[in-house]
Design a protein around this ligand. Structure first.
Ligand code: DGT
Ligand code: CA
Ligand code: CA
Length: 614
């Protein structure tokens, strides 16, 4: 299995859910079938991306022109990665076809979806091809051809039907299906207990910002903020927690439960509401009075273990801490803002990203909280792709975009030859690219393009290009794209051996995980991190919101072992350069300071670090 980096993860359907509606984020399909608009206002970017992905799936099942399929896939990626709300852009009359991969036809479709909540093409395709087949297509091992064959030969349309067919041994007789594949299908379609779906942070963030903007318009609302895991910047979010300050709680709650996209009201009282939105996301809203806002914000930001530890500290001081404030007897001594609550407990204020009870309270007591990295600290980006492999933009466009973001350097790291699907570079094409970069650098002032490669780490730990070729590069980013499922022992040996190469610089997206989609490979973290230190290598924190790999605890481990982390976008287009902020969120959760981050250093400081003298 070769893995191609999806900019936006395609959601894998889980077996055991009804009729190909795998995630609650897809619940709206039921309504569409009933002839009602699929979305109510507003259509979020994630909704629009999903429409384009489904159109691509259905077109593929119809054997449509591959270029047309690809156009919709790319549009889904662009839309999913966008850091602006398309609904807002449409409302402002912005020029949508200026977005990469969005021509006038797609721009019109986006406007149609935003304005009407429907997409005529999707509806037409759904009438022609069963949308359930599109769900089957996203199972491992199954593409459009195989799904069509299964449908034609066995009449299979749903995951349950496919599972039953595999169980009965009817699959392996079908043309192109062997016994091994049948076993794999059996495994992939196995029902497993429903696990609550979580959504990636940027998807939840777009919804939260939109709700907050409208809450702030509600009469009587003095302030509205996000709390919960969203505020702690966790990489996935279970539900949204919003907090409003008002002395008219019941009115605010009533206004909120009547917001257009509220689908179901689970609870609504004078100070709190729980609702489910049309896109399936649950939202909890609390309304509190001004004197309690800080205590409530602290409480609903959590995490729960952080709250429990704080309450214990309060008790030790003869105080009571709850969501209304800090109390001595009946008298409130703090709670208007968060800092007052921390101060009452003799603590310096703790950044939300640290509130996990992982030592932040002790650090705050000792006055040793880390000064966390900020987006503005990043000076460059050390992982980016151009059209030479699977990037969408050319070198000049990437450089211009990186400069516009205030960066000082950018490493071009296209894929190596092994990843044929990405049009990976062999030694000859890499040499040509290096020449082009040299010529470009002669023209550039105040900006440097670094010559690199994202070289495949082969199954045995060798690299996909000879050392002599790698020696000519400024940096070598190594990555695993195949054989994710080796035993921990073999995976560890593989990674250690890769780092033994004299020119290896950065281990990219070390686990290969895709959030809420693929667990990633297993290896001995402490050994890999220590080996990186011994070999003078660095660990990448891949900033793509579906990867965020290193995760927070791995960042912390790298920091504690003295290995520099580089926060890299792995950009496949100019838009992706904007993903740095997601990497910074995760780095902050991992306690990283500016000094812990390789690409927070100026170019002059970078050079000696990258020149490995082994
Ligand atoms: P999530 O929604 O799974 O991504 O994670 P959170 O952290 O947003 O959790 P959630 O929505 O269940 O609750 C929001 C915050 O409310 C949580 O971070 C801390 C606070 N909280 C919830 N339940 C409890 C509890 O039983 N005890 C304490 N001390 N705090 C709680
Ligand atoms: Ca939550
Ligand atoms: Ca909640």
């Amino acid at each position: 299995m070769i893995e191609i980096k999806p900019a936006l993860p395609v959601r894998r359907p889980r077996a055991g859910t009804r009729g190909g509606e795998p995630l609650r984020f897809d619940r709206t399909q039921a309504r569409a079938a009933a002839g009602r608009p699929r979305w109510r206002v507003p259509a979020y970017n994630a909704d629009i991306a999903r429409v384009f992905d489904e159109i691509a799936d259905l077109l593929e099942l119809q054997r449509a022109n591959p270029f047309r399929v690809r156009a919709y896939r790319r549009a889904a990626q662009t839309v999913g990665d966008l850091d602006r709300s398309l609904a807002t852009m449409v409302a402002h009359g912005d020029d949508l076809d200026a977005l990469p991969g969005i021509g006038s036809d797609l721009a019109a479709k986006i406007a149609e979806i935003v304005r009407t909540g429907r997409c005529a093409l999707l509806e037409q395709l759904r009438a022609e091809v069963s949308p359930r087949l599109a769900t089957l297509m996203r199972l491992p091992h199954l593409g459009p051809e195989r799904v069509r064959t299964l449908h034609d030969e066995l009449g299979v349309e749903t995951i349950e039907q496919l599972h039953a067919a595999a169980e009965a041994g009817r699959v392996h007789g079908v043309r192109g299906f062997g016994e091994r594949l049948e076993q794999e299908i059996l495994e992939a379609t196995k029902p497993h207990p429903e696990r609550p779906a979580r959504v990636r942070l940027p998807v939840a963030d777009e919804v939260a910002q939109s709700l907050l903007a409208r809450l702030r318009e509600v009469r009587g609302v003095e302030r509205a903020e996000a709390a919960g895991s969203l505020r702690r910047r966790r990489d996935s979010i279970g539900d949204l927690d919003l907090l409003a300050q008002s002395s008219a709680g019941a009115d605010v709650i009533q206004a909120f439960v009547h917001f257009a996209e509220v689908d179901k009201v689970l609870a609504a009282g004078d100070t709190r509401a729980s609702v489910v939105l049309a896109n399936g996301l649950q939202v909890d809203l609390r309304v509190v009075a001004r004197e309690s806002f800080g205590a409530a914000w602290l409480y609903f930001t959590g995490s729960k273990p952080h709250n429990i530890a704080l309450r214990r500290l309060a008790q030790q001081r003869g105080l009571k801490l709850n969501e209304y404030g800090v109390f001595r007897g009946d008298a409130q001594v703090a709670g208007r803002d968060e800092a007052s609550v921390y101060a009452a407990l003799d603590l310096k204020p703790i950044a939300p990203e640290l509130r996990e009870d992982r030592g932040e309270i002790e650090a705050a007591q000792r006055g040793q909280l880390p000064r966390l990295i900020e987006l503005g600290d990043l000076r460059g980006d050390l992982h980016a792709h151009t059209r030479d492999s699977d990037g969408r933009d050319d070198l000049d466009a990437l450089v211009a975009a990186a400069r516009a973001r205030g960066l000082e350097y950018l490493a071009v790291t296209d894929h190596s030859q092994r990843l044929a699907v990405t049009h990976g570079l062999d030694a000859r094409r890499l040499a040509q690219q290096m020449d082009r970069i040299d010529r470009l650098n002669q023209r550039l002032r105040g900006f440097r393009v670094l010559k690199g490669i994202e070289v495949d780490i082969l199954e045995d730990g060798r690299l996909d290009l000879p050392d002599a070729v790698l020696a000519r590069l400024d940096l070598v980013v190594g990555a695993v794209h195949q054989h994710f499922d080796l035993s921990s022992e073999r995976q560890t040996t593989r990674l250690l051996k890769a780092m033994d190469h004299p020119h290896f610089s950065v281990l990219a997206h070390p686990t290969g995980r895709l959030i809420e989609e693929r667990a990633g490979c297993v290896f001995d973290w402490p050994r890999v991190v220590r080996h990186a230190r011994e070999r003078g290598c660095f660990l990448e924190l891949n900033a793509h919101p579906s990867r965020l790999d290193l995760d927070d605890s791995a960042c912390r481990l790298a920091r504690d072992e003295g290995v520099l982390v580089c926060i890299s976008t792995d950009a496949h287009s100019v838009l992706d350069l904007g993903n740095q902020r997601h990497g910074v969120d995760q780095a902050r959760r991992g306690w990283l300071r500016r000094g812990d981050v390789l690409n927070a250093r100026p170019l002059s400081a970078l050079r000696p670090l990258l020149a490995r003298t082994m």
